[in-house]
Design a protein around this ligand. Structure first.
Ligand SMILES: C[S@@+](CC[C@H](N)C(=O)[O-])C[C@H]1O[C@@H](n2cnc3c(N)ncnc32)[C@H](O)[C@@H]1O
Length: 256
């Protein structure tokens, strides 16, 4: 069963937040006092636990919550003078509006937003639990680093299927369209992606989707894939950025 509850001894604000989320998702709200062992009650599904400062999605065997740790690691590497292939290939001026069609944990949305002054990021996520956790994290997480807090404020999160969303967008309505679907060849080793995997949508990006991305983008489209994936064999791009070591590739289609 999927349901919403709080941590033990919740504040009034937590109870309010839990009831509001249950209402929004049309799910039952369980009073925690009456349900001490919640993960056992999920019976192969999961529940949303409203804690004091975050939302945790729990099932019997795992926990999924928001944390911007990978954005922090990537920014530290940039500050050390190392290349970040995504930031390199975006060629940002700072005023862009970026459509991130696959928000996931929001790691790359945060990183991109950190390089925007007047620009912003619109992030699309189709999975309900990922959308709920990351929307709340971007709104309420208080990072020690002020650049992360500022970047998170520049991201608007939408719950949608990016395929449908793209088809509803007018021509050239975003400067850049970014798409990072789940890899066909996942990298499991020490991956920050692991807690997200059971909740993610595993859609394939086809040529029709890319044609819509090109239609919707004013400047460029960036696609991400693992070197062993079929994406860049099926879809031709102008330039591929990436590292041989990590096998993570970013393909760029330039419009102007
Ligand atoms: C590899 S993750 C993206 C990771 C992200 N770039 C980050 O930095 O955290 C892909 C995400 O896209 C979502 N997704 C896949 N297909 C989708 C679709 N058709 N519509 C919306 N979201 C989708 C998955 O649920 C998953 O959260």
């Amino acid at each position: 069963m999927i349901f919403v509850t709080t941590s033990h001894d919740p504040t009034e604000a937590q109870v309010e937040k839990a009831k509001k989320l249950a209402d929004e998702l049309k799910l039952p709200y369980l009073i925690r006092r009456n349900h001490p062992n919640i993960s056992k009650e999920t019976h192969g599904e999961y529940c949303y636990v409203i804690e004091k400062d975050r939302i945790v999605v729990k099932s019997e065997h795992l926990e999924f919550f928001f944390h911007p740790s990978m954005a922090k690691v990537r920014m530290k590497n940039i500050q050390k003078g190392l290349k970040d292939h995504l930031i390199d290939c975006l060629q940002l001026s700072g005023d862009e509006v970026i459509l991130d069609t696959t928000l996931g944990l929001g790691t790359e949305a945060i990183l991109m937003a950190a390089f925007l002054d007047s620009g912003r990021v619109v992030g699309i996520e189709g999975s309900t639990p990922i959308f709920v956790v990351v929307r709340d994290g971007l709104e309420n997480h208080k990072a020690k680093e002020s650049w992360i807090n500022a970047a998170m404020k520049k991201i608007q999160v939408l719950h949608a299927d990016f395929k449908e969303f793209l088809r509803s967008c007018p021509e050239e309505s975003y400067d850049i369209v970014y798409c990072d679907p789940m890899f066909e060849n996942p990298v499991f080793e020490s991956s920050s992606m692991n807690p997200l995997r059971p909740f993610a949508i595993y859609d394939t990006v086809d040529i029709d989707d890319v044609n819509h991305m090109v239609r919707v983008a004013k400047r460029r489209v960036v696609l991400k894939a693992h070197a062993k994936d079929s994406l860049f064999k099926r879809i031709s791009v102008d330039k591929i950025f990436g590292s041989k070591r990590s096998q993570v590739l970013y393909g760029v289609i330039d419009k102007r």
